[in-house]
Design a protein around this ligand. Structure first.
Ligand SMILES: [Zn+2]
Length: 283
């Protein structure tokens, strides 16, 4: 299957190729991820956060891409219209989240390193390849093959907030947002897919922006030994889990429900969720 701008986000592409979002969806809950992939279920999501991300990314992609984003209409009004507050203190003006997004854009626009590195790169480059024998796809925010770097813009509420995750041994540890959102795995995959597509090993650099006032700008590098180890560990995690995930996508193995997420909650009945009083899972 040949990937294009038109079919990149299609169900067909998602069935053929693994991607960071499909892989991590399946890691969180196989039952929910499969239902979403089959079009049987849509998660309740915060559409505004998605719009803010696309607003920011398209701005730095090109004026045409940004206009296309503003004009996009899936039958419930254009994105530009959705950004305007209909009630409250901002009535008739941009909603607060998009005022913050504009401040984030202004800060990046004025940043010297961002202008030197991110802006000249080739934008939204689709890459494919195989990771341990399974087809994967990715889309690079900004790629600079000449200087052997690729760049990704990430937004987060607070870059220092961190999140609790469970280790394989079952211990709860707090990790920075990069690991919490599997951006380390994404960078490891992209580095490998760029190498297979173009024959160049590029290093990742994340331009992170917080959604605070004023926002924090951070350049996150991966060239230290600990960071390179982080990328290697992410590829090992893929090798360990993807055979089963791919078999579930291909309907060769049954999905396992996590029993706690939005999808599983909606499917729970007293008889399929009968639990001993001391056996109720926590967190
Ligand atoms: Zn679940």
């Amino acid at each position: 299957m040949k990937l294009t701008v038109e079919n990149y986000y299609s169900n067909e592409a998602n069935r053929h190729y693994l991607s960071k979002s499909i892989f991590t969806d399946f890691e969180r809950c196989e039952a929910a991820a499969l239902a979403k992939l089959n079009g049987d279920w849509e998660p309740q999501r915060d559409e505004k956060a998605l719009l803010v991300g696309n607003y920011l990314h398209s701005y730095f992609e090109s004026p045409e891409a940004h206009q296309a984003f503003l004009d996009e209409d899936k039958g419930d009004g254009t994105n530009a219209d959705k950004m305007i507050a209909k009630t409250g203190k901002n009535k008739g003006k941009l909603k607060a989240d998009f005022q913050v997004a504009n401040a984030m854009i202004d800060r990046l626009k004025a940043d010297e390193a961002f202008n030197q590195l991110y802006i000249p790169g080739q934008k939204e480059v689709i890459v494919t390849g195989e990771i341990h024998g399974v087809p994967w796809m990715g889309k690079i925010d900004s790629l600079d093959l000449e200087n052997e770097f690729f760049y990704d813009i990430k937004t987060s509420r607070d870059l220092h907030e961190g999140a609790w995750v469970k280790t394989q041994e079952g211990r709860n540890i707090k990790v920075p947002f990069v690991q919490a959102f599997s951006y380390d795995l994404q960078m490891a995959v992209y580095r490998e897919l760029i190498r297979q597509t173009f024959g160049v090993t590029c290093q990742p650099l994340i331009f992170a922006v917080s959604k605070q006032t004023p926002c924090e700008l951070m350049g996150i590098t991966f060239d230290g030994d600990d960071e390179q180890a982080l990328l290697d560990t992410a590829l090992e995690r893929i090798e360990e889990k993807q055979t089963h995930i791919k078999a579930v996508v291909d309907s060769k193995e049954e999905p396992v429900g996590c029993g706690k997420c939005e999808y599983c909650r909606g499917k729970s009945t007293i008889s399929n969720n009968l639990v001993g009083a001391t056996q109720i899972s926590l967190g």
